[in-house]
Design a protein around this ligand. Structure first.
Ligand code: TYM
Length: 327
């Protein structure tokens, strides 16, 4: 069975982009792969956090992920900071990645442009992400299109490490969905939908109620030519609505375009499809929220399983480098 691993940051609400670009595919893949999903809380502190918030947000994200279809009896769901091997392995990989490679990461450029205080961790973030992946001998990494560059870097780091110290890490590949890989902001359709962008009207949170979803989609930015056509460069707003409707209903956005002659009905159908898609998830989340102890227990089981695999890989990596054994 192929080993799958992916990660998601616990800060901010889970949004439609996270769901269509990543989480929905994780739920599908868990049944025929050996799948690991990691709540990457250590990544979230690359940006300062309010003390105490991160633990609550990690628990909430775990509940959202389970509500969205991850079954901790089928896959391994765990919190990154519960498995110490991630930080230790990250150091080995920071020393394998080059300054130039890390400087070229688009996510770093984008996030550092928006921060007053740029932490060293924000810069070395991709080495920690590489540790997340490489510790589990991962074959496939299901992610949205924005993560492709990080997965390619992970491969390069693994190759370089193997070349320097002998065969240690499995080389992973990104798995990017054909629909929903890049959901755009509804107000600024040339930017991806994101929890960090200051655009609540442009982002559909997975817990948004039907009237909020309808309002956000009704006021989505389109254009003035009035023609419904799938053309991402010239008609980003309309194309985003077609992509969302297509991803929510498993239809091809280009074919969907021919069914509409006006923006109004397209928006109404996209909103209805998103409301229908999210309703079961929201109902399940409410149940899980009422019983936090159960999710905490499931996360502890997940961490124990993750730790046993991560520890073996880290021992192999350290031994291949040739550190003096501690016993
Ligand atoms: P994060 O937390 O920003 O996003 C989690 C997942 O959601 C996808 N995604 C999107 N997909 C489509 N359209 C969008 N607008 C959109 N926004 C987000 C992301 O591609 C991602 O798959 N660095 C990662 C977290 C990470 C990770 C890992 C991922 C840490 N370690 C190991 C894979 C493997 C991140 O910040 O994702």
């Amino acid at each position: 069975m192929r080993r799958v691993l992916s990660g998601i940051q616990p800060t901010g609400q889970l949004h439609l982009g996270n769901y269509l670009g990543a989480v929905r595919n994780w739920a599908k893949m868990q049944h025929d792969t050996d799948a690991f999903f990691c709540i990457v809380d250590l990544h979230s502190i690359t940006i300062p956090q309010e003390p105490g918030a991160i633990g609550r947000e990690s628990l909430r994200l775990a509940q959202m992920l389970i509500a969205a279809g991850l079954d901790p009896e089928v896959c391994t769901l765990f919190v990154q900071s519960h498995v110490r091997e991630h930080t230790e392995c990250s150091w080995l990989l920071e020393c394998t990645a080059s300054f130039g490679e890390l400087s070229r990461m688009a996510q770093f450029k984008d996030k550092s442009d928006r921060q007053e205080f740029i932490s060293a961790g924000l810069f070395t973030y991709p080495a920690l992400q590489a540790a997340d992946i490489l510790l589990y001998d991962t074959n496939d990494v299901p992610v949205g299109a924005d993560q492709r560059q990080h997965i390619e870097l992970t491969r390069d780091i693994a190759e370089r490490f193997n070349y320097r110290y002998g065969e240690t890490f499995v080389l992973p590949a990104a798995v990017i969905p054909s629909a929903g890989a890049r959901v755009m902001d509804l107000q600024r359709p040339t930017d991806k939908m994101s929890k960090s962008l200051d655009s609540p009207k442009g982002t559909i949170d997975l817990l948004d109620q039907p009237d909020q979803i309808e309002k956000k989609i009704r006021s989505a930015v389109t254009d003035n030519d009035g023609e419904v056509r799938f053309d991402v460069s010239n008609k980003p707003g309309v194309s985003n609505l077609l992509s969302i409707l297509g991803a929510a209903t498993d239809k091809d956005p280009e074919e969907l375009a021919s069914e509409y002659s006006q923006y109004g009905p397209l928006k109404a159908d996209a909103a209805a499809a998103v409301v229908e898609l999210l309703a079961p998830l929201q109902a399940r989340f409410a149940e899980l929220e009422a019983d936090p102890a159960e999710t905490t227990r499931l996360l502890a089981t997940g961490a124990a399983k993750a730790r046993s695999i991560a520890a073996a890989t880290l021992t192999r990596a350290k031994s291949n480098i040739g550190f003096l054994p501690d016993s």
